[in-house]
Design a protein around this ligand. Structure first.
Ligand SMILES: Cc1cc2nc3c(=O)[nH]c(=O)nc-3n(C[C@H](O)[C@H](O)[C@H](O)COP(=O)(O)O)c2cc1C
Length: 150
């Protein structure tokens, strides 16, 4: 199975911690959407999108990458880190993958250190997140998809 994860992690590198852990334990290609704008994804069986949440949405480079490069009818999964982990955090990326008739095979999110706006005044929220437990859960989530058990 050929798989790839497309990510952006610009605020505190929170999402990158999860992506790096998955890539170090599993066979998966990693693409930084802030650097790579175009890639042929036709040959990939499984495509992941990972991002922090910015104004309720996945990061613009990830959404842009998906809009331009995601082929139709692929299996996709999502990983997010956020100040607040609500279900709606996947809406922006899911709108694109739905349009491309892709099948969502898993969604994972956890808290991420957040110093945006007024949060800065109190030293940020979710300090030290993602933590070891979050990182392990993300790796297990990905392994679960590969095993077909998610
Ligand atoms: C400009 C900005 C806007 C944000 N908007 C949201 C938001 O709408 N909802 C939320 O839960 N977190 C929000 N956050 C927090 C980030 O999603 C969180 O810190 C995330 O873990 C950042 O991931 P990264 O370090 O991988 O970029 C925002 C952070 C910034 C800097």
């Amino acid at each position: 199975m050929k798989s790839v994860i497309i990510y952006a992690s610009t605020h505190h590198g929170n999402t990158k911690k999860l992506v790096d852990a998955i890539a170090s334990e599993c066979e998966i290609e990693v693409v930084d959407a802030t650097k790579v704008k175009e890639k042929d994804l036709k040959e990939y069986d499984l495509i992941g999108f990972a991002s922090g949440i910015f104004y309720t949405k996945f990061a613009a480079p990830v959404l842009g990458f998906a809009g331009v490069n995601l082929p139709v009818d692929k299996d996709v999964f999502f990983i997010a880190t956020a100040g607040n982990t609500n279900k709606g955090n996947f809406k922006s990326i899911e709108a694109i993958t739905n349009e491309k008739k892709c099948k969502v095979v898993g969604r994972f999110q956890c808290k991420g250190f957040d110093t945006y706006g007024p949060m800065k005044l109190i030293g940020g929220i979710n300090k030290n997140r993602p933590n070891e437990e979050d990182i392990k859960a993300a790796v297990d989530f990905y392994k679960g998809i590969i095993d077909g058990s998610v």
